[in-house]
Design a protein around this ligand. Structure first.
Ligand code: NAD
Ligand code: DAU
Length: 354
């Protein structure tokens, strides 16, 4: 049986990807994750005892460990999710972002190059390194600018997006210089199950139910393009299967929404599914707070290329996906309680002075 190596597979998108992969594909998965505050083995609880999933706690920046895993498991592909992913945290402390997103990605690429060079011709040809990146590397759009295509100039504005841009460039260089068969995906904002409640959508659901303020940065008119996480996972599977070596693919949901609209939608669904005891709307909890420094105004993904060349399109609309997401949080309050204990409280204190 063949194997793929997934990094960061205990995080939000990685764990959704691994769960779907095991359900839908045949390869085994070796899942390398450092288990930072964002990594959570509870996300993978349903795979306990499944011989097709091997979890390894470790760092993509640990060259020896990565080399050992590659020699032992001989994967046919690597999917790199591992990263520090939260923009606000990158503003408070960028060092970890440089370490994992740039130095870690470089170390992973070096180990991959050595492993790939040692494969026979057929295995070398079939091998893929898929790097999961973000639309944030393209910078910020004005209201009437066209959506990001794959040829848009990189203009990252936060330490997070700059670190992701650096890793994208390294991935590109390893293809051009060494011939490593790489693929890159640049995706818009994901939402769905297992989303850590430091990010807008899960934070708002969590705070609403806890009777806490729903913090809106600035005027709340910043626009993001939302994609249900399972659609991101299906896009990655498709790119891995049929993507052109050395190509990049933008992945998005064609769902541009101002933040305030997203929060109003969440409040309306919660009003319906889990109404406040006093009969008032959760909208009453909306609070405007200081804006994020350097806050990008608008992201929008043009996902024409992946549709035209690989036939991929999202299965969920924003309306169906967001309803499923709210229901998931209502049904999984124990997961929320577990992830919001301990270190989470310190983060909320730092960011919102709550
Ligand atoms: P996340 O923060 O939820 O998960 C990141 C995972 O990586 C965690 O499990 C963490 O423990 C692990 N990790 C961190 N440093 C590591 C290291 N040095 N070695 C091994 N594992 C490490 O992030 P996410 O939202 O699931 O994002 C996954 C990837 O997708 C990231 O590369 C991110 O840049 C990209 N992305 C995210 C979004 C989004 O909306 N969340 C959109 C586009 C792209
Ligand atoms: O675009 C893809 C990116 O989406 C990914 O690369 C990142 O890993 C991911 O974290 C996400 O980044 P954002 O900064 O867009 O996501 P976040 O959920 O942090 O914020 C979404 C928007 O909501 C953004 O405009 C900031 C705003 N916001 C966020 C929080 C946490 C608020 O108004 N209030 C909040 O409390």
């Amino acid at each position: 049986m063949s194997t793929i190596l997934v990094t960061g597979g205990a995080g939000f998108i990685g764990s959704n990807f691994v769960l779907d992969w095991i359900a839908l594909e045949n390869d085994s998965v070796v899942n390398l994750d450092k288990l930072t505050y964002a990594g959570n083995l509870q996300n993978l609880a349903s795979l306990k005892g499944n011989s097709r999933h091997t979890f390894v706690r470790g760092d993509i920046g640990d060259a020896e460990l990565v080399a050992k895993l590659l020699t032992e498991h001989r994967p046919r592909a690597i999917v790199n999710f591992a990263a520090e992913s939260h923009v606000d945290r990158s503003i408070h402390g960028p060092a970890e972002f440089i370490q994992t997103n740039i130095v870690g990605a470089f170390t992973l690429l070096e180990a991959t190059r050595a492993y790939w060079n040692g494969l026979d011709d057929a295995a070398k040809k079939a091998f893929r390194f898929l790097h999961v990146s973000t639309d944030e590397v393209y910078g910020s759009l004005a209201p009437t600018d066209p959506a990001f295509t794959e040829t848009k100039q990189y203009e990252p504005n936060s330490p997070y997006s700059a670190s992701k841009a650096a890793s994208d460039h390294l991935v590109r260089a390893y293809h051009h210089t060494y011939g490593l068969p790489v693929l890159t995906t640049n995706c818009s904002n994901n939402y769905g199950p297992y989303h850590f409640p430091e990010k807008l959508i899960p934070l708002v659901i969590h705070n609403a139910l806890a009777g806490k303020p729903l913090p809106i940065y600035g005027d709340g008119q910043q626009v993001r393009d939302w994609l249900y996480v399972k659609d991101h996972a299906s896009a990655i599977r498709r790119v891995l299967q049929a993507g052109g070596v050395g190509e990049t693919y933008n992945v998005g949901g064609w769902n541009e929404k101002p933040n305030l609209d997203v929060v109003h939608t969440l409040c309306a669904i919660l009003d319906e599914l889990s109404p406040r005891a006093d009969g008032k709307s959760y909208k009453e909890q909306i609070t405007y707070v200081t804006d994020r420094p350097g806050h990008d105004r608008r992201y929008a993904i043009d996902a024409t290329k992946i549709n035209r060349e690989l036939g991929w399109k999202p299965a969920e609309t924003f309306e169906t996906g967001i309803r499923k997401t709210v229901q998931w949080y209502l049904d999984n309050q124990e997961w929320v309680t577990n992830v919001t204990s301990g270190a989470y409280k310190e983060w909320v204190q730092t960011q919102y002075r709550a």
